[in-house]
Design a protein around this ligand. Sequence first.
Ligand SMILES: C[S@@+](CC[C@H](N)C(=O)[O-])C[C@H]1O[C@@H](n2cnc3c(N)ncnc32)[C@H](O)[C@@H]1O
Length: 420
Amino acid sequence: MSTGAVGSTAPPVAAGAPEKVFWGQKWEDNGFAKNEIHFDKTAKVMRDIFVALDGLSKELGDRYTWMDIACAPGGFSRFLCADPRSERGFGITLPVTEGGFRLLFTWSSPDERKFSVKFQDLLTLEPENCKPGHDGNVDLILSDAQYLPLRKADQPGPDPSLARAASSNPSLGIWALLFQQLRLGCSNLRNGGIMMFRLNLKDDNIDWYHESVCQIIAFVDAVFETMVLFKSGKSHQSDGTTYMVCRGFCKGEFEAMGAGELLRKSMNVSCFEGNVGGFRNMAPIFAHIGVSSEVRKRTRECFKTCMDAITRYKDGDFSYEATVKEWSCARKAPHLKLTARVTLGNAMPWAASRAAAHHLDRAATDIAQLAERLDPARKVDLADLVAFREDLARRCQETIAALRARAEEVRFILDAAQEA
Ligand SMILES: C[S@@+](CC[C@H](N)C(=O)[O-])C[C@H]1O[C@@H](n2cnc3c(N)ncnc32)[C@H](O)[C@@H]1O
C-alpha cells in the first residue's frame, strides 16, 4: 500500500536522453479555448491521473482502446485522443435535448477522429449496444456520470430543471447510474483492463451511504487486483468527488458471479425503491458479496483520505497537488496461491529427490559397515551370515519406509498447494 501526493507537471526529460513521447505533450501544446473551462478542467484531471499512475503503462502498453461513459463535455476523451498510444475511443452521452451536457468535440483533427459517440441515456443501454459493431473489449473504461437533477443551478453546464428524474428517491439516482456504469463498463472491459469510476466520499456519517460504499469496494475487491483512490487538487477540491481507478480486471470472476445481471437488477432497485434502507437490503449485488474486515478498514481509510484532502484545501492549502492512495485487493491472492503452487510444484520433486539421495547415502554407509563383518581375513561362520542377512534386510526395510514417508509428505504438500 502506498500513499502519496503528486504534482501535475510532465516528467522532466534528462539532458541527452532519447526523446520520450509524453502522453500529455500534444494536449499541452494545443490547449483549449479559455471559455471551455469545464472541458479544460476535466482534461487536466485525466492528465493528472495519467501522471500519477505512470500513464497506466503496465496495462495499456503501446496501443489501447477505451470507452468513456457519460463523456460530455469530453475533456477526459480529448486528453486520451492526444495520447499517441490510443487507437480508438467510444463515448456515451445524454443528448442535450434530454438535459445532458453539450459535447465540445469538433472532430476537426485526426486525433479527435479516434473518438466516436453514442447519444443516448446510459440507463436505457444494454452492454452489447455500447459500441458500434462487434469491436471487442476495450482496455480502459472511464465512467463519470453525475445525477443531473441534483446539480446546483449556478454550476456550469445544463439547467438541472431540464434533467429527468431517474429514481423515485433522489438520493438513489447516483446509485442507479453507478450500477449501470459498472455493468456496461465491466461487460465491455477486457481481462486485465482498467475501470475508473466517480465516487462521492464525503457522506461518511450517513450509515446507509457508508455501508453502500463499503459494498462497492467489496465488489472491486472481488473482481480487480488493485484499487487507486485519486482526488484531484485542481477540481472538486471542497467536495467529495474522487475517482477509483481499478486495475487488473478479472473477467472470469465477474462472469462467474453473474455480476452483469446483479448490477442490472440493482440499478432497477435504485430507480424504483423509495426507501434508502430498502435499497441497501434489496440491491442484489450487495446481497451477493460479503464484506471482509479488510474491506471495512479500507472503506474507512477511503473516506478519511478524501476528508483530509478537503480539510487541507479548506485550511488554505492551494498547492493543487492530487491525493493518491493505492490498495491491493483480495483478488490478487489467487495469483499468490498460483505462484506458490507453481513454485512448490517445481521445487518439490527436486527436494524429494535430494531427501531420497540422502536416505540412500546413509543406507549405503550403514551397509558398508555391516559388510566389514564379512572381512575375508576373518573366519566367518553360518551364524554370522544369518545375522548379516537379517541386519541387511532390516536396514533395507528402514530405508524403504523412510523413502515412503518422505514421498507421502511430498504428496501431501503438493495436494495442499493444488487445493489452494
Ligand atoms: C461530470 S460530467 C462528465 C465530464 C466528462 N468526464 C468530461 O471529461 O468532460 C457528467 C456527465 O454525466 C452525463 N450524464 C448524466 N446522466 C446521464 C445519463 N443518464 N446518460 C448519459 N449521460 C449522463 C452528463 O450529461 C455529463 O455529461
